[in-house]
Structures are given as C-alpha cells and as structure tokens.
Design a protein around this ligand. Structure first.
Ligand SMILES: NC(=O)c1ccc[n+]([C@@H]2O[C@H](COP(=O)([O-])OP(=O)(O)OC[C@H]3O[C@@H](n4cnc5c(N)ncnc54)[C@H](OP(=O)(O)O)[C@@H]3O)[C@@H](O)[C@H]2O)c1
Length: 384
C-alpha cells in the first residue's frame, strides 16, 4: 500500500489521479489532498477517499471543513500545502497544482525525500537545477507525469546518456493548428479552450494553443534529462498518439504510444518500478494515420521565445513563466487579445532582468518582479 498526497486534487490531473487511486484500492491510499478554491469538490473527495489531512488555499473554507469532518486535519492559506506535505507521512506526492503557486509545496516534498510525481511544470521551468539538487540531496526521486516526459523517461530506461542522440517532443499543435496570424488575432478564450485531443485545465489549454506549453516542456526536458537544447526537437503530431521519442546514436528511435489519456502516465508515476494493469483506453490502430511535421514558429512565436529563455537560463525562464501566467489570465478574462500573450511575454523578457537566482527565495523574488513588470505591460495593452 502506497500512501499518497495529491496537491491540486480538484483539477484535471488531480481528478485523473484520484481515478487511478479509485481503480487501485489495494495498492494506493490517499493520506492528503490539496486544493485551491473548490470547496464543494474537495468535500466530495474527502468523503470518498477519507484522507487524514487536507490543505485548502481559501482560509474561509477551513471552518466548514472542520465542522463537517471533525477528525480531519485542515491546513489553509498560502502555506497550507507546504504544511500538509511536511506534516503527513506519504511515500508519493503528486504535484498537480497549476502555476508557480505550486512551487513551495513541490520544494517541501523534495525536502521530505519522497517520490515526487511532478505534473506542475512551472516549478521545473523556473527552478529546475535547484529542485533537482534538492531531490538528490534529500534522497528522493522525481518521476515525470507530463505525458511527453513520461514517454522519454520510459524510452531512456536502461540506456546511457552517451547512447542518446536527440529527444523529439511531440506536440498536438492545439486548437489553432494551421491557422494564419490574421485569424489568430480574433480568437476568443472559448476558441482557445477547445483542445482537439486533450481535456486539461484552462491555463495549460491556452498554453497549448500558443505552443508555449511545448516551449515550457523543452525547458523541462533539458533539466530532467540533462540534455542540451540543440538536442531537443519538436514535431507536431495532431493525433496525440506518439507521446514523444528518443533517437539513439545508432539511428534507432524509441517512442511511447497510446490514445491520449493522462491516467496512463499518472499510474506509471505511482506504480513504478512496476506496471499495473489498466484498461483506460482502447489502443486499436486499424485505419488510423499518424502524421508529423515541423512547428510553425513564425505563427506561434511563444515557442521560440521559450527556447530563447531556456538557452539564456538564469532569470529568463522565471520571467517567461511569470509573464506568461499573467498574460494567459488576462486573455482568459477577456482583457487582452490572443496575440497579446506573446507580445506581453516578449516585452517582459526584453527588460533588464534581475540576477540569476541562487536559491528558492531568489526564484520567488524574480517571479514577483516579473509579475509586476507583466502587470504594467498588460495595463497598457488591456481593452478594459
Ligand atoms: N491537465 C493535463 O493534462 C496536464 C498535463 C501535463 C501537465 N500538466 C500540468 O499539471 C498542472 C495542473 O494542471 P491541470 O490541468 O490539472 O490544472 P487545473 O485543472 O487548472 O487544476 C489546478 C489545480 O491547482 C489548484 N490550485 C490552483 N491555484 C492554487 C493555489 N494558489 N493554491 C492551491 N491550489 C491551487 C486548483 O484548485 P481549485 O480548482 O480548487 O481552485 C486545482 O486543484 C499544471 O502545472 C499543468 O501544466 C497538466
């Protein structure tokens, strides 16, 4: 029986993780759940999975949870998730809070020396080397949940770093694949949220529409697999069946394939080094066509912006990530048009950036600085 904490349990990855737990009641036990504002769903999850502790960001909800579940330990506020991770005995922490808000708890989990099943890509993008060092120093392990990184991680099992020629990350292309910039200018948040192959949270779905998501994933892959940016490529694969590939020096390529369903990489992150049965999807390839082509970086400029930030390193990825988060929020709120997202990120990145972070506090300081910059840029571009 593995004891698990799920941070971001009320989100898309959180719900998929709980479904994996539901299907494996003799192997997995929930000891902690972390949520943001969705009290109703968290309540239902507490009733079903009976964790010992929960964290909810909304302090006003703490009392309601205590009233309804007298034996439940409830942490709340900004530091609630960190307290939950520090005070619970878990073997695996699934980090599925969205955005930089998830970073402190990801670091707290790394300090506990547990298995960190990492979905929250923002923590790795903003603080990759610091996070990996923390995991190593405390004797834990980091297992990727993102489908692309899970695919690469699987393909790399048993091979030496010197055997690898390049990593090929696949990208669905998002809902605006093939559209010219003139049409992108008028796309609404409803258009951007209509992803053709994956059902995900709102922020990552917009990142998928701008291709920023693939840029963030390149930075993630660089840190996770310790491979230079020149050896990471992107191929657009609209069917989302090949989740990524590794090319080896002998010319052989290993790919991991399945119909798109996040429960597969989530379950593996929990079951590893075992594989457990799971009838999540029907992988029947008769009469299917799989296509691959290069991304259009002239139309989707967030991808080259992210690669440039990754290559520059230091504070650049933090500023990229923070300005993108605010730009996406502003787009979802209808304050700026779709193409303003890349413009806001580009302008934030062109300022003279703070010095590279030496520790997590520096990362959070640069993040705050970048959010102030981005807010000022958004105010200039906002339609209201
Ligand atoms: N969805 C996917 O298929 C997928 C694939 C790969 C990687 N990822 C990554 O996984 C992470 C989660 O994605 P998602 O799609 O599951 O997002 P989501 O559906 O928007 O869920 C986000 C979760 O984070 C919680 N949350 C947000 N802000 C919080 C805060 N300040 N404090 C505490 N909790 C907070 C939300 O709580 P409430 O809802 O209660 O407010 C919710 O539980 C992201 O980093 C994303 O990039 C997702």
């Amino acid at each position: 029986m593995k004891d698990i904490i799920v941070l971001g349990s009320t989100g898309s990855i959180g719900a998929n993780t709980l479904d994996v737990v539901r299907r494996n009641p003799h192997r997995l036990r929930i000891v902690g759940l972390g949520a943001g504002l969705n009290l109703a769903l968290l309540r239902a999850q507490v009733r079903e999975f009976t964790p010992a502790s929960v964290a909810i960001r909304d302090t006003a909800s703490e009392w309601a949870l205590r009233q309804e579940f007298p034996s439940l330990t409830v942490f709340s506020g900004e530091s609630g998730a960190v307290d939950l991770v520090r005070e619970s005995q878990a073997e695996v922490v699934v980090a599925a809070t969205s955005g930089m808000a998830g970073l402190p708890a990801v670091f707290a989990a790394a300090e506990q020396g547990v298995r960190l099943a990492l979905a929250n890509k923002e923590a790795l993008v903003a603080a990759g080397p610091l996070l990996l060092e923390k995991v190593r120093r405390h004797g834990g392990e980091l297992v990727p949940v993102d489908s692309e990184h899970s695919a690469i991680w699987q393909a790399l099992r048993g091979w030496r770093a010197s055997d690898v020629k390049r990593l090929i990350l696949t990208a669905s292309g998002g809902p605006f694949l093939g559209k010219p910039r003139s049409l992108l200018a008028t796309q609404t948040s409803n258009d951007a949220l209509r992803h053709p192959t994956w059902r995900m949270g709102r922020k990552i779905t917009v990142d998928s529409a701008t291709l920023m998501n693939k840029g963030l994933e390149i930075i993630e892959a660089h840190h996770l697999f310790n491979i230079s940016y020149e050896h990471i490529e992107v191929l657009v694969h609209p069917e989302s069946i090949v989740h990524s590939m590794v090319e080896f020096i002998d010319g052989s390529q290993l790919a991991q394939c399945s119909r798109p369903d996040m429960r597969i990489p989530i379950q593996l992150a929990l079951s590893y080094p075992e594989r457990w049965s799971g009838d999540y999807v029907l992988n029947n390839w008769q009469n299917t066509t799989w296509s691959f082509h290069l991304p259009d970086v002239e139309t989707f400029r967030c991808l080259p912006l992210a690669i440039a930030a990754g290559r520059a390193g230091g504070s650049h990825p933090i500023v990229l990530n923070a300005s993108n988060e605010l730009a996406v929020d502003a787009f979802l709120a209808g304050r700026v048009p779709f193409l303003a997202i890349e413009a806001i990120v580009e302008e934030a990145m062109s300022a003279s950036l703070p010095s590279p972070p030496q520790d997590v506090l520096d990362v959070l300081e640069v993040d705050t600085w970048a959010r102030n910059q981005a807010q000022a840029i958004i105010r200039q571009k906002a339609v209201y």
